[in-house]
Design a protein around this ligand. Structure first.
Ligand code: SAM
Length: 335
């Protein structure tokens, strides 16, 4: 029986896990107010972070367990030295692998061409406001011009469909109008992602995808459109267009539309913890296994055991007021 078939049998009706998110660093060149406390988070030491070779070993095992799509994330993945070479390593595992990257775009102007040449297929750029001052306010230190230059470099390098991830915070950046303007100007797919209030803030920032859509409909007449590849978890995402737009607009609603049953994700954090759910408190310490000499077969066994458990156990919906473990900020898990 194939791994996918096995997963389906174990968890009837649940999505097959075929998507791996690899966080290659916990370090970031931004300090987004909803992602990190003002003082930042303590960085992992060099030794604590998986080497690229260790990540490759893990990814090979994951691919042999049915993973067909890999996303490189962080922290900010492009601040880790050798990120382009790592994309090349991933490509060499299986050229059919669809490798993508999530970045804040600030270093994309420098790396977009090389990333494309290394085999990267697609890129998501996180830009939460198109107003330079508000962008600076949210990121605490960021320069919007740098992010937009990076976005254009990704389009020019052919890393499409380029998606723009926008996390809206009520009372901070909750006007979607300027992003409609962006889809008139550039062939990008803007996705409004609901803020998940599980990390820093008790919830006053939360605004639903439905409410954002309502605000947008007062500005442009949205029509249902076809979602580009890799759009978002089934059941939580929708995609729209409007006359005059060259891009699309969509909504990813992980809080309003509970999506455990369609979750197809496996994650590995920079410190080598594998999670089958964003809310796994500890995950499995695969770094320890790798450093103790686990071979591909043993890693595959561990991965398949966890995937079978995910399929069996079903819903992990976080309880109201749920928090991830202190220190496990998104910057470490990778979003
Ligand atoms: N540095 C990269 C970037 O900016 O995209 C990759 C890492 S970042 C943690 C990945 C994504 O997680 C970003 O799009 C970010 O906006 C999102 N994110 C972080 N904290 C979040 C939260 N509490 N709710 C929803 N999305 C969040």
């Amino acid at each position: 029986m194939t791994t996918g078939a096995k997963q389906e049998e174990e968890g009837a009706g649940r999505s097959v896990v075929d998507y791996l998110r690899i966080s290659i660093t916990d370090r970031c060149n931004l300090r987004c107010i909803y992602c990190m406390p003002a003082e930042g988070v303590s960085s992992l030491s060099h030794r604590e972070v998986l080497t690229y070779e260790e990540l490759e070993t893990f990814t090979r095992a994951a691919v042999s367990s049915g993973i067909g799509r890999v996303r490189v994330t962080g922290g900010e993945p492009l601040v880790r030295k050798g990120a382009v070479g790592f994309v090349r390593m991933l490509t060499s595992i299986d050229p059919r692998q669809k490798i993508s990257l999530t970045t804040n775009g600030l270093l994309l102007a420098r790396y977009a061409g090389d990333l494309k040449e290394a085999g990267l297929r697609r890129v998501n750029v996180s830009i939460d406001s198109l107003d330079p001052e508000r962008y600076r306010g949210i990121t605490r230190v960021g320069d919007l011009t740098g992010a937009l230059t990076g976005l254009r470099a990704a389009i020019d390098a052919g890393l499409g469909p380029v998606k723009v991830n926008v996390v809206m915070l009520r009372g901070v950046n909750d006007d979607p109008g300027p992003f409609a303007g962006l889809t008139r100007e550039l062939p990008v797919h803007v996705r409004f992602i609901e803020y998940m209030p599980y990390f820093n803030d008790p919830g006053r920032w939360f605004i639903s995808g439905e409410e954002i859509k309502g605000r947008l409909e007062r500005v442009v007449p949205l029509e249902e459109g076809d979602a580009p590849e890799g759009w978002g978890p089934a059941g939580t995402s929708s995609c729209f267009t409007f006359p005059g737009a060259v891009g699309t607009i969509g909504f990813i609603s992980p809080v309003s539309c509970h999506f455990c049953s369609s979750c197809n994700r496996l994650r590995i954090s920079a410190d080598g913890r594998m999670r089958t759910c964003l809310f796994d408190r500890n995950g499995v310490d695969v770094k320890r296994e790798i450093r103790a000499g686990a071979d591909a077969g043993r890693l595959r066994e561990i991965i398949e055991h966890e995937l079978a458990r995910k399929a069996r156990e079903g819903d992990h919906k976080p309880a109201p007021g749920a928090r991830v473990r202190a220190g496990d900020h998104m910057s470490r898990i990778g979003g």
